[in-house]
Design a protein around this ligand. Structure first.
Ligand SMILES: *Cc1c(COP(=O)(O)O)cnc(C)c1O
Length: 386
């Protein structure tokens, strides 16, 4: 299906709402039935009917249909945040005694779930670099039920060979789960290569305006029914109608914004590449990137997030550079209209900062929708100050 068709038409039925071009926000918690017979049918599959907005709501349902199609998946579930989507997708697939193999640096909330919550329920996790199929093969145990992937991740961009991992997992009946937030289905279709659950946080690129949170899981009808019936409905972490409406609005311009961010990122990297104060650029499509070949093969594009290392080693120079930026806001998150900067040392106590540890010197930039020249001038003036 054409992306324009998905974004502009799929799931919308304007005649139901006075031919309004923008669908309304159905701000309703519950929906009434005329007959007991109709009412009783909801027991079969509550995903098929509007009953109660903890499950399905007409506003969020439009978004759900579009996002399933974008991911080439049979169905999609929407959550109040990306973290809620990760939690539900993983929990629905494990029980006491099970084992998970995960990439070493998954998103922070996933890591917390693996380290602090799942052990309470007797589920264990092994962390691996995960860059080669052999590592997944070796880490697999007889009780392994889930492979947790994030390719690329959102700080250092490590990738996993997705097609090979999906194949290995299928052979051993292991569920594959990927955090695909960096690429979105626009630049990486993971369901097509056999991954079972494609997760992305809608907070980042789909929302695109830094004004709402949301989480997405896509996969087979059976897998989505399982997660819906258990974790989604019992935790109650579903997406609210107004937030769904904002995300639908964001989705209309997703390809356009990604294209712009892609171009701006290229321009900024070219600028940083020739700048004498920059020691290293970490970016999946940079020729110096360790997994450059795999990135080119697996992803249609790399964009938005770029991690840099300055030639300075001291913590104060890093801080000075970041605080000197006028247009890159210092904040968490990314994917919105505004450019951002975040130095890793923010989260490393001063006494623990080790200049010989490259990781401690990371500065992550996010390129937003501003004019590229405006951002480059800002970087230039801040680099001059160190
Ligand atoms: C932000 C983020 C999440 C979590 O999403 P929330 O909507 O903030 O809960 C998960 N994965 C990645 C890669 C992220 O950047």
């Amino acid at each position: 299906m054409d992306i324009s068709n998905i974004i502009n038409e799929l799931g919308e039925d304007r005649e139901l709402y006075f031919n309004a071009v923008a669908p309304p926000i159905w701000q309703a918690s519950n929906f009434a039935f005329k007959t007991v017979e109709d009412f009783s049918k909801i027991a079969e599959d509550e995903r098929q009917a509007y009953v109660y907005s903890r499950g399905i709501n007409p506003t969020t349902d439009i978004l759900r249909k579009k996002l399933a199609a974008l991911d080439h998946a049979e169905d999609c579930l929407l959550f109040s945040s990306g973290a809620a989507a990760i939690f539900a997708g993983v929990f629905a697939n494990v029980k006491a005694g099970d084992h998970i193999v995960s990439v070493k640096n998954p998103y922070s909330s996933a890591k917390k779930m693996f380290d602090a919550i799942l052990p309470r329920f007797g589920v264990t996790v092994s962390y691996i670099d995960g860059k080669t199929i052999e590592e997944w093969e070796n880490a697999r145990q007889n009780n392994t039920v889930l492979f947790y992937l994030e390719s690329p991740n959102s700080w250092t961009y490590e990738l996993q060979p997705l097609a090979q991992i999906a194949q290995l997992a299928k052979k051993h009946n292991i569920v594959t789960f990927i955090d695909n937030t960096y690429c979105t289905p626009i630049y990486q279709n993971v369901i097509d290569i056999g991954i079972d659950i494609a997760m992305q946080t809608a907070t980042k690129y789909i929302g695109g305006h830094s004004d709402t949170l949301g989480g997405v899981l896509c996969g087979s009808n059976a897998m989505m029914k399982k997660i819906f019936d258990t974790e989604l409905m019992t935790i109650g972490s579903s997406l609210q109608p107004f937030n769904g409406w904002l995300l639908l609005r964001g989705l209309r311009t997703l390809p356009l914004r990604l294209e712009r961010i892609h171009q701006t990122t290229q321009r900024i990297i070219s600028f940083l590449d020739q700048h004498p104060a920059i020691e290293k650029i970490i970016f999946p499509f940079h020729p110096s990137f360790e997994q450059y070949e795999l990135a080119k093969k697996q992803m249609k594009a790399a964009l938005g997030l770029v991690t840099i290392i300055l030639k300075k080693y001291d913590r104060s120079s890093i801080i000075h550079f970041c605080e000197s930026l006028r247009h890159f806001l210092m904040a968490v998150s990314w994917g919105g209209h505004e450019s951002l900067v975040i130095p890793r040392c923010t989260f490393i106590p001063e006494q623990d900062y080790n200049p010989d540890n490259e990781y401690h010197r990371h500065i992550r930039l996010y390129c937003g929708l501003e004019e590229p020249e405006y951002l480059i001038q800002d970087l230039e003036q801040a680099l001059k100050t160190i």
